[in-house]
Design a protein around this ligand. Sequence first.
Ligand SMILES: Cc1ncc(COP(=O)(O)O)c(C=O)c1O
Length: 313
Amino acid sequence: MVPPIVQTSLFTFSSYGEMEATYRGEKVRPTYTRGLNPTVRHFEEMLARLEGGEDALGFASGMAAISSTVLSFVEPGDRIVCVRHCYPDAYRLFGTLLKRYRIEVTYVDGLDEDAVAKALPGAKLFYMESPTNWVMEAHDARALARRHGVTSLIDNSWASPIFQQPLALGVDLVVHSASKYLGGHSDVVAGSKAHIQKIKSVAYPYLGGKLSPFDAWLLIRRLRTLPMRMKAHEAAALSIARRLAAHDAVETVCHPGLGNQLPPGLSGTSGLFSFIFKEGVDVPAFTNALSLFQLGVSWGGHESLIVPGAPIF
Ligand SMILES: Cc1ncc(COP(=O)(O)O)c(C=O)c1O
């Protein structure tokens, strides 16, 4: 019932002939965990199925998956189109490392389909995230992914495959911060075999941020309870968001479930949302007075967390 944790960095060959056949690609078997490990593979196949993709790759962290994917598709002189309010470290990756390699990024309002359509021609990659960080803008992923020959990628950490399946909406690749709802300390990217092979050809030999067998094993366990956990996150967060929205001290609550309608393709809401106080509220005193919520970054676990801050752009 439970796959073993194959905790090894390498796999020996039974003979010279087997080694040769493996290197020639005639035999597919693990040789080195950074490239292929049975426990990690089990998780990758589960995730590919959950997202309705042909294949998936597990990474050691969110930024390993995001940077490996982006670097597999762009070259110096290329341009990326990215929705505004994406995860801040992705934004910093674009503004620092990628800038060094003359890769330009155009930011667009993901709620404005015409602006997205205008920005896409000539771009190499369309980087989406929906709902977005901090302000929780929920986009119509199907409308935005209507191609223009640009490979599209979406960060689906917030909705999880339970509430949004972007590959069925026409997006090419899905990235998850698996330390959120999927539940480990890792990241994963899913998509077509061809796209995944392209990422693997860069990520395996050159970048190497592979998911570990133990983390893959933890993720396999956690995936089994994902549908029930998502429903609990949805109910708890919505009840708090509604109470905050009705509170005199609160200016705005940014939660996609409080609007009239979710965009087509998003069938539920999860546990992360933000709210803005009216002028004059003592935020440090409010934060320190909380007893159930602890101060801490990240989200998606069993704990209740709060972090004061503002969107970076
Ligand atoms: C939406 C989103 N994407 C990606 C990441 C990066 O994931 P990781 O922290 O696993 O590197 C995070 C982390 O908070 C995130 O919130």
